[in-house]
Each structure stands twice: as structure tokens, then as C-alpha cells.
Design a protein around this ligand. Structure first.
Ligand code: GNR
Ligand code: NI
Length: 174
């Protein structure tokens, strides 16, 4: 397993639509393992393949707080098949928007169809933080970031800061 580099906004790859997979083979399982390791190391509670530069419809999630009992979820070709009318608000962060957080309103519950680590078709009904996280990750697969739900003013401010952070970082490294 290895930790991969996380793509930071602004980067055009984050705006591309990811492609569905034909099947889950050992190469995909290797990618899923690397994504999980990358997510734990970050640390984060979810990660989409596009965030490590791969335009495939793959996400990993682990919302468990307990360090001892990890409960990873691997979702290949996730499809949200229903969303509740009821909404909830969570303070969201994103590994591709380091240091930025905002309250985002989304459907409180969702039902998702996906293929698991072993290539089996599964369904899951989620609520709470898990429902929010699944929707945040599926957005990534469609080129959407949480800042897209903010006002243009707030969004522009965050993107401007990220550009500045990238410039500073390059100065230090070079
Ligand atoms: O680590 C993460 N935390 C988080 C908090 C609230 C809602 C969504 C998330 S996902 C984020 C990791 C990430 O960027 N996934 O794409
Ligand atoms: Ni994210």
C-alpha cells in the first residue's frame, strides 16, 4: 500500500466527470487500498479517486471515530437512487480545499447502490454524517466541490486563498 498525493483546488481535473468501471479487479483493489491509506493519513473521512488524480467512479469512506475499530466502506460506481425531502446541515471540509470549511445543506438521508470491494452489487441506506459524506464524494465524481454551493463571493474568496497558498508552497519547495 502507498500514500498518494492529493490534488488541491484549483486544478482542472477536479472539474472533470469520472468514468464508470467495468469490473473490480486486483488493480482496482490496489487503488482502493491506496485511497484508504491516503484518507487515513490525511486524515479525512472520505476520498474520491479523482482527488488522487484518477478519473474513475470510486470512493472510500470511514466515518468511525474509534482508532481501534476501523469500518472502511468501498464504493465502486456509486449511484444515489433516492434522497429524503428532509435536509440537514453539516460543517463540511474537503481534502482538496485544505483549511476551508462551510455549512452545507443536503438531503438528510440517501439510498445508494454500488459495487463493493469483492465486486458484489450492494445497497445502503444512510443518514447523518454518512449520508452527507456519500453525497460529498458522489459530487466529486461529477466534478462538483462543496464551494459550488456557496455564494460567488465566498467561493471566490476561498479559491483566491488556495491559489495564494499554492504559490507560497512552491516558493518554499523550489
Ligand atoms: O474529511 C472530510 N470530512 C468531511 C466532513 C464533512 C463532510 C464531508 C467530508 S469529506 C472530507 C474528505 C474529502 O474531501 N472527501 O472528498
Ligand atoms: Ni472532498
Amino acid at each position: 500500500m502507498s500514500i498518494r498525493k492529493i490534488v488541491i483546488e484549483p486544478d482542472p481535473i477536479l472539474r472533470k466527470k469520472s468514468e464508470s468501471l467495468e469490473k473490480v479487479d486486483d488493480e482496482i483493489r490496489k487503488l482502493l487500498d491506496d485511497m484508504l491509506e491516503t484518507m487515513y493519513a490525511a486524515p479525512g473521512i472520505g476520498l474520491a479517486a479523482v482527488q488522487v488524480g484518477i478519473l474513475k467512479r470510486i470512493i472510500v469512506i470511514d466515518i468511525s471515530k474509534d482508532e481501534e475499530k476501523k469500518t472502511p466502506l468501498f464504493l465502486v460506481n456509486p449511484e444515489i437512487i433516492s434522497r429524503s425531502k428532509k435536509t440537514s446541515v453539516y460543517e463540511e471540509g474537503c481534502l482538496s480545499l485544505p483549511g476551508h470549511f462551510a455549512e452545507i445543506e443536503r438531503p438528510a438521508e440517501c439510498q445508494v447502490k454500488f459495487i463493493d470491494y469483492d465486486g458484489k452489487e450492494k445497497e445502503l441506506v444512510a443518514d447523518g454524517l454518512l449520508a452527507t459524506c456519500i453525497q460529498h464524494e458522489v459530487d466529486h465524481l461529477n466534478g462538483v466541490l462543496f464551494i459550488d454551493y456557496l455564494s460567488k463571493l465566498k467561493k471566490d474568496m476561498i479559491v483566491k486563498k488556495l491559489i495564494k497558498q499554492k504559490k507560497e508552497f512552491n516558493k518554499v519547495v523550489l
